[in-house]
Design a protein around this ligand. Structure first.
Ligand code: F6P
Length: 319
């Protein structure tokens, strides 16, 4: 049996640990493993390399992905999908493990539906994959954001300023909400619940009234453009604001122990299932246990953000 492995979409710290787990479990099961470089884009370029146990030595602690990653417009077309499937068949690949975000889940479903067994592991700092409490890279990104916001708070406090810190999350607020709770942000703005300017501004005024003249607002990129949001808050309150966009530093860095363990566990189980004939699955983690759900179910639903956590964050950062 020849198993392919690829990382696709935005990279996430811990993807290397997942690749290591997939390679070593596959070899342990007496199968061969081939790495497909640059994700779905590389698949369409037939860019592959056979991997062995030592190919994945000393990568568990490294961010990024040794397989590189990529997005593919071509794979979105029926012709591109047919060509990708032909390439997989030409290389005699019997099964495929994909690590990535929502686009990768959909791609895995296309491949599995076409008759090449595939399982997918959630790997995205956005943590927006349903049926998994967390995804590879999320914990590291939250810690990176916390580290940055703690530093911003020092200068915010010293100069009595308000900062808007824009974090990633094109269509989801998991990064903003979790880091906002961890950093004690005075306001959190996420796409799921929209921007309530009056509420945000009133919280700022309340802070000032009780002589706390610095605040941190965490804004998920998908909820609004930071300069525009900042201009509107300034217009309503008259306060001086500074804007910071954390950008791609959120995707890099040494994966936390939690992400390494998650990636290792999911990689191991996804291969075990595949070699035992269970495929077409998203292999994630729910309530501390491995969860195995149909790719179709995962691809067609949206992971809800917990409103209670959002409200809790506001209570705890009382202004
Ligand atoms: O990995 C997902 C994500 O981090 C989104 O939150 C963000 O909008 C996007 O990637 C940016 O990716 P890129 O810079 O690769 O276009």
């Amino acid at each position: 049996m020849l198993i392919g492995v690829l990382t696709s979409g935005g990279d996430a710290p811990g993807m290397n640990a997942a690749v290591r787990a997939v390679v070593r479990t596959t070899i342990f099961r007496g199968c061969q493993v081939i790495g497909i470089r640059r994700g779905l884009h590389g698949l369409l370029q037939n860019d592959m390399v056979l991997l062995d146990t030592s190919s994945v030595a000393d990568i568990i602690y490294r961010g990024g992905t040794i397989l590189y990653t990529g997005r593919s417009e071509e794979f979105r077309t029926p012709e591109g999908q047919k060509r990708a499937l032909d390439i997989l068949r030409d290389n005699a690949i019997d099964g495929l493990l994909l690590v990535g975000g929502d686009g990768t889940v959909r791609a895995a479903q296309v491949i599995d539906d076409a008759g090449i067994p595939a399982n997918c592991i959630p790997g995205t700092i956005d943590n927006d994959i349903p049926y998994s409490d967390t995804s590879i890279g999320f914990d590291t990104a939250v810690n990176t954001i916390c580290d940055a916001v703690d530093k911003v708070r020092d200068t915010a406090e010293a100069l009595e300023r308000t900062f808007i810190v824009e974090v990633m999350g094109r269509s989801s607020g998991f990064l903003a909400l979790t880091s906002g709770v961890a950093c004690g942000a005075e306001s959190i703005i996420v796409p799921e619940f929209g921007i309530d300017y009056e509420r945000v501004c009133q919280r700022l005024r309340n802070s000032v009234a009780r002589r706390k003249r610095h605040s941190i607002i965490i804004l998920a990129e998908g909820a609004g453009d930071a300069p525009t949001v900042s201009a509107e808050i300034r217009r309503r309150t008259g306060y001086d604001l500074r804007v910071i966009t954390l950008g791609h530093i959120q995707r890099g860095g040494t994966p936390t122990a939690q992400d390494r363990v998650l990636a290792s566990t999911l990689g191991y189980h996804a291969v075990e299932l595949l070699v035992q004939g269970t495929h077409g699955k998203l292999v994630g983690q729910e309530n501390g246990r491995i969860s195995v759900v149909d790719l179709g179910a995962a691809a067609s639903s949206k992971k809800p953000l917990n409103k209670e956590s959002f409200e809790m964050a506001e209570v705890l950062s009382a202004t």
